[in-house]
Design a protein around this ligand. Structure first.
Ligand SMILES: *Cc1c(COP(=O)(O)O)cnc(C)c1O
Length: 463
């Protein structure tokens, strides 16, 4: 194995015990959870890779910030500190805190999208897609073709297909395209980065047709680190310089701060132009949905931790270690011949469940099958990023066929050690060895109309 685990650039100050149930106990738990991993109690999980969102380990500085947080209802000092940090890093004129990423979507999208409009993205994250649809608009994915082949290695598999995007704009009529969204990194395509070059090209097309460009910026720092490694122009640039360059191309950003800001709660809306007419409606919607403008639904302590986290996430030693963890796990999978979205992305390893279970059709949810097997095998909780997550067409109500059938191992920041990574690799190898014995997947017995994967009930399909 050619990849070495990069030692943690921190030491451990506090621990949180975790327990391992027996195989038999786990089989009972997952059955009781209707084969939906979101229904499991957290304490029944040994290694929790359901998401990297809000599951991060904060630093001693951030915990100290929690104590310093100013809980003034209006104009808290923690709010001003956060706004200063946001303006400094992104070089934007207006920063609005909200309680998490989907709140940013809810507040902002309602100001630009409505019935009959479409929004185009390299790939919509599930809640982002949901908020487009809740506005009565339709969401169209437009990622580069090579993203759809997990075996094909390319530096920027998260990019927008710019030519295709322009075609879609002309098909629908530019006046009907309410928004273009670039998700950095491209979460649903496997945490794959987007290049500055690509953002520049997308921005030029948006400008030509007068369409606002939004960055869905949950993983702005991981994306910038990949740019430093892979985009020649930026090899000597700082992470902050790269971020400023990328954000200068867009008009606005929506951000879940629960990812790269290494905190448990928070989100941001940013508007580049401090004089934008969008700012008033954003403030009004924030007050109705979230909380007063100087808190956005967050407590003062959360604002304070987020202000610190915005900077901590930019540290290059930390980012090297972070991406190094993914590369370590990926190298172990390479040795075992297990396919994943490659090269590995920024916040997790996306196993190609279609390659692991070629005998299972998309409507039996191979990504969900592997997620359930990982829990039974080693108490590891992951999630499906495939047809099960994608759900039904909002118009025809038919099951959609996803481009991928992934099982996502999302890695919380600064939480798990090398030994935990070996547990993950060993479990995947054990499942691969018996993968051919699994003849059928799962069927849904109940589902809600939107974002069904969080709540649906499933049963194994019998012979
Ligand atoms: C997590 C995430 C969101 C939604 O954010 P929440 O904080 O979970 O509400 C939106 N877009 C992307 C790309 C994300 O990863």
């Amino acid at each position: 194995m050619a990849v070495k685990y990069i030692p943690e650039p921190f030491r451990i100050k506090m621990v949180e015990p975790i327990k391992m149930l027996t195989h038999k106990e786990r089989e009972e738990k997952i059955k009781k959870a209707n084969y939906n991993l979101f229904n499991l109690a957290g304490e029944d999980v040994y290694i929790d890779l359901l998401t990297d969102s809000g599951t991060n380990a904060m630093s001693d500085q951030m915990w100290a910030g929690i104590m310093r947080g100013d809980e003034a209802y209006a104009g808290s000092s923690s709010y001003y500190k956060l706004v200063e940090a946001g303006k400094d890093i992104f070089n934007y004129g207006f920063i609005q805190p909200v309680h998490q990423g989907r709140a940013a979507e809810k507040v902002l999208f309602g100001t630009v999208l409505s019935e009959g409009k479409v929004a185009i993205s390299n790939m919509f994250f599930d809640t982002t897609r949901a908020h487009v649809e809740l506005c009565g608009a339709r969401a169209i994915d437009c990622v580069v073709e090579k993203a759809k082949d997990p075996a094909k290695r390319a530096p920027f598999k998260g990019n927008m297909d710019v030519e295709k995007m322009e075609k879609i704009i002309l098909e629908h009529g530019p006046e009907n395209v309410g928004l273009v969204v670039i998700t950095v990194t491209n979460n649903s395509a496997g945490g794959q980065p987007v290049s500055v070059q690509n953002v520049r090209e997308v921005a030029a097309v948006c400008k030509k047709y007068n369409i606002p460009l939004d960055l869905d910026a949950a993983r702005y720092a991981e994306n910038a680190y990949f740019i430093k490694l892979r985009e020649e122009e930026f090899k000597d640039a700082s992470i902050k310089e790269i971020i400023r360059t990328m954000f200068s191309c867009a008009d606005m950003f929506t951000m879940s701060s629960k990812k790269d800001c290494v905190v448990s709660m928070g989100g941001l809306i940013g508007i580049k132009d401090a004089e934008s007419p969008l700012i008033l409606p954003i403030k009004a919607r924030c007050i109705s949905f979230e909380g007063f403008t100087t808190c956005g639904g967050l407590s003062g302590r959360d604002l304070e931790a987020l202000a610190l986290g915005l900077y901590e996430g930019l540290d290059e030693n930390y980012l090297r270690y972070r991406i190094g963890q993914m590369e370590y796990l990926a190298a172990r999978l390479d040795d075992a011949g297990i396919a994943y979205q490659s090269p590995v992305g920024g916040h997790g390893v996306f196993i190609d469940a279609k390659a692991m279970f070629p005998q299972l059709p998309y409507f039996e949810f191979p990504g969900q099958v592997l997620a359930i097997e990982l829990y039974k095998e080693a108490g590891i909780r992951t999630c499906d990023i495939g047809s099960y997550m994608l759900g039904n067409d909002p118009d025809t109500k038919k099951q959609l066929h996803a481009d991928f059938e992934f099982t996502r191992l999302a890695i919380p920041r600064r939480v798990y050690t090398q030994a935990h990574f070996d547990v993950m690799a060993d479990a995947l190898i054990a499942i691969k060895e018996r993968a051919h014995e699994i003849k059928h997947g799962y069927k849904i017995t109940w589902e809600p109309p939107i974002l069904r994967h969080f709540q649906a009930a499933l049963v194994p399909i019998e012979e």
